[in-house]
Design a protein around this ligand. Structure first.
Ligand SMILES: Nc1nc2c(ncn2[C@@H]2O[C@H](COP(=O)(O)OP(=O)(O)OP(=O)(O)O)[C@@H](O)[C@H]2O)c(=O)[nH]1
Ligand SMILES: [Mg+2]
Length: 359
């Protein structure tokens, strides 16, 4: 799962990326077209607690890939369309996180001359709409000349998209059937990608995070299903991260966030993408895996290894809490809480699975 981090220059994308991927902070040349990729670990106390029970020698967390895409400033006062390299970088991702700036910093000026996170969000959303409209119109031009049934259906679907985009609407706010969604997937439309809005606050306004987020949310008309909102104070948090772990708490408290940005952003990313976590627990390796909500046991097995899915016989399944309560695998087996499930079992968040398979 890959999430593109976008937004205007100096909104704090790279600062946030460093926090997420646990790298040294340090922004890079804003004229550079270089993007950075990194892996963020989903901290999961369930995995840590169960791994401790079985004395796991190796612990592997679930992860999300983040891509730090540098912002670029228009050369004139007029907004410029996004360049092709930028758009193609974004199209390759599964979801987008737009970082908008709500912090003053006299050393780093905002390319638009003032701090206005709502404007920055609308600008970015608008550029995505324009770029999608361009793709739709080009394709419509082609398919409208064809007369077979499939092309006609495609033209009808694209016409629905065109109408909405022309009214400055994002595609994620339209309802599509599963069949339509499948057809649209190949276009990698930006305004259809799940969206995480990240409001980057300064340390002075971080304690008002909830109010500031709410004010923005109230002014944006969008379907809640495909959008999530998170407030962070990336600059301050990256400084806090340089402290020893035991020294961090009072500073975090001052910011007013109950959890670090990393945990809150990954959680929002998982929710937005409809992902849940299941675990495989053993002394050699204990590991958390992610799978889409509603996935069957055999699909979850495929995440682990294709062979395990192919040779799937049954899966031993229990909830992570059952092992925690029992204190050991042997005790847990005595409680009768371990079930045997077939291929079609629907995975639940926090399931511990052990597949019996045959290759
Ligand atoms: N005061 C304050 N400064 C911040 C904050 N976040 C980032 N900065 C500073 O703003 C500058 C730009 O931050 P970056 O993280 O490089 O911004 P960016 O969005 O990656 O910028 P580009 O890659 O050029 O698009 C840096 O000097 C940061 O230290 C913040 O929350 N508060
Ligand atoms: Mg950057």
């Amino acid at each position: 799962m890959e999430c593109g981090i976008v937004g205007p220059p100096s909104s704090g994308k790279s600062t946030l990326f460093s926090i997420l991927t646990n790298q040294e902070p340090g922004s890079f040349d804003c004229n550079s077209r270089e993007t950075r990729r990194g892996v963020a670990k989903l901290n999961d106390h369930r995995l840590d607690e169960l791994a401790a029970i079985v004395k796991a020698r190796k612990i592997v967390h679930a992860t999300v890939d983040y891509v730090d895409v540098p912002g670029f400033a228009a050369k004139s006062d007029k907004p410029e369309p996004y360049p092709a390299w930028y758009l193609s970088e974004l199209r390759g991702t599964d979801m987008l996180a737009i970082v908008v700036r709500d912090f003053e910093n006299p050393i780093v000026s905002h390319p638009s001359g003032s701090i206005d996170p709502l404007r920055d969000l609308s600008d970015a959303a608008f550029e995505f709409i324009i770029s999608d409209l361009d793709v739709v119109e080009r394709r419509l031009n082609r398919v409208s000349k064809m007369h077979d049934k499939e092309s006609k259906a495609e033209a009808e679907l694209l016409e629905k998209c065109r109408a909405h985009l022309s009214e400055d609407g994002s595609l994620r706010d339209l309802e599509f059937t599963q069949e339509e969604q499948k057809k649209l997937r190949g276009f990698s439309f930006l305004s259809l990608k799940p969206l995480l809005v990240i409001l980057n606050l300064g340390d002075e306004n971080a304690p008002e995070a909830d109010d500031r987020l709410r004010t923005m949310q109230n002014k944006v008309d969008c379907l809640r299903d495909h959008v999530r909102w998170v407030a962070v104070a990336a600059g301050m948090e990256s400084e806090i991260n340089m402290l020893d772990e035991e020294e961090r708490a009072p500073f975090m408290e001052e910011l007013g966030f109950s959890l670090p940005a990393l945990d809150r952003i990954i959680k929002a990313t998982f929710e937005l993408m409809g992902m849940i976590t299941f675990l495989t627990i053993g002394p050699k390796e204990s590991r958390a895996w992610s799978v889409t909500k509603g996935a069957t046991a055999v699909k979850a097995a495929r995440v682990i290894h294709e062979d395990i899915a192919r040779g799937f016989i049954r899966a031993e399944m229990y909830n992570w809490k059952d092992l925690l309560d029992a204190g050991s695998e042997a005790e847990m087996k005595k409680t009768g809480k371990m079930r045997l499930e077939g291929k079609d079992y629907i995975m639940q968040d926090g399931d511990v699975m052990n597949v019996r398979f045959n290759v």
